[in-house]
Design a protein around this ligand. Sequence first.
Ligand code: M6R
Length: 621
Amino acid sequence: MCGIVGYIGTKRSYPILMKGLHRLEYRGYDSAGCALISDEDNNLHVYKAKGKVSDLEATANEKDTTGTLGIAHTRWATHGIPSEVNAHPHISESGNITLVHNGIIENYVTLREQLKKRGFTFHSETDTEVLVQLIEYTQNKLGCGLGNAVRNALRLVVGAYAIAVIDKRHPDQLVAARKSSPLAVGVVEDNSEFFLASDASPIVEYTNQIVYLKDEEVAIIQRNHPLKVYNLKGTEADTEVKEVDLDLSMLDHEGYPHFMLKEIFDQPNVLKDCMRGRVVESPYSHAPQVILSAVTNNRRQLLRARRIVIVSCGTSWHAGLIGKQLIEHFCRIPVEVAYASEFRYSEPVIEHDDVIIPISQSGETADTLAAIQLAKQQGALVYGIVNGVGSSIARESDTGTYIHVGPEIGVASTKAFTGQVTVLTMLALALGMIKGTVEQDEYEATIRELQLIPTKIEKILLQNDKIKNLASIFTYAKNFLYLGRGYNYPVALEGALKLKEISYIHAEGYPAAEMKHGPIALIDEEMPVVFLTNHHRRYQKVISNLQEVISRHGRILAIIEEGDEQVKNMVTDFIEVPSTLSCLAPLLSVIPLQLLSYHIAVARGLNVDQPRNLAKSVTVE
Ligand code: M6R
């Protein structure tokens, strides 16, 4: 959580910092702040505001925002309520040093008590304030420069951090460090300017040359000097400059009222990107095939896998539940799907011939990252399915497949989900083929159908207006039930999560047949029930479940397969999706559910892209 930005160079830093913060607002948006060293009086100016980055801009408006060195922060509160005093940057006792932080300092209480005894005063409820005071204390004690003070102070710290620190007495220097929270440094060839950010999105329009700091590395960034990176012991580390290509149009909602709607509509195109170069025609037989380099390169280890464990959170966990069905069907390997947060503390039995698949949009989710670190220690192969290129989970994985759906900015995950399911489908097919557990006919038919999915999604998106009208019927419902079976059961969970997180309506997803074991008691004319009846091998059984709800006067919205006259005759409200294979059904049935929750949230006047209490990337436990 929290986004940090820094700039040192030849340009005015303030506009660069604000633009960067807007790009990082998906990481948190309950308060924001910046610190600038002014050209006018060479002094440190710190501005903060409760609320969004736009509130900070309103606060800083007409104040001194000059200067070519600055740091900024957008917060998602962990320690201390969202307020101006708890907003970053935090300032040291003397007022010389200021710092922004993403992460959690676990031993902050002990450190704070020790620093208090040494005369330091604390003003906020945050864990972060202890860092800036500790750096000042270390600097005074060792009589060293800022870089060494940061490095030595961090040796006393337990927890996660990505920090940017400046000292008003050294306006040519910016110091940054990270452990378990991401931090990227953008460099230009002549070292005249440097950009710092929690991810590449605030940097790419200035430079595509990016250094991702590693755990426990401290970067000393000095105007007109090459970037220097040290480990906490003070040994200089090698830096690897990566060329990052990000499509800037993906960072804009391009005429759509919200990122979420844009990202829903992006799906046909980004799923083609996701399959590009991976779903190909065989040059010999012209038969379709899936080629994933990670599968080819790790063939031996994947073939000997006796078990696969998928670890993930939220929407990515729902994708994992679909992945389980796909892999078990095509590869006949048992798959477990674990919440990363439970897995890491459950004393999991991990064998060296297990394959662990972390699934993560951001690639920064703390629980998922910790789960794979645990798995790696036990010698399992970690195969990451990640969107965030160069993210922590991507880097920690032994191998993997990027979903390549472009940056997802809306807090509610949409295109990342369909991208994850697409990669899981390709993985199951590729692995099934080398294992010999899938028949050639089924393999080819599934790939051919997968290639048609983007066009079929386009067809569903044409029903946007109809779905908007349906949403208006359900806008003021207090509860919702989502029911599906087989491949559509995780879609029911995902539909319920989408509604909860952006509409604040209580919703539950259930396997349709489980309804009669409890939730059926909730059914009355006030209870909307979203039924996923499409593409199911046990279609007639789902119809029986539907009948059970109708008999109890439940208010049904059915997601049906095009032309399903039987269900059309049973219900008033339905959305048709094109026919496909059962295993690919989630890629279609989730689309109307994404649109439904979007339109309900908009009708309720809610902030769809930045729902309350949430952040896009959960980098704390
Ligand atoms: O970045 P990740 O995929 O690891 O994030 C996992 C969850 O935090 C995420 O899916 C969350 O549930 C979304 N807000 C769902 O829309």
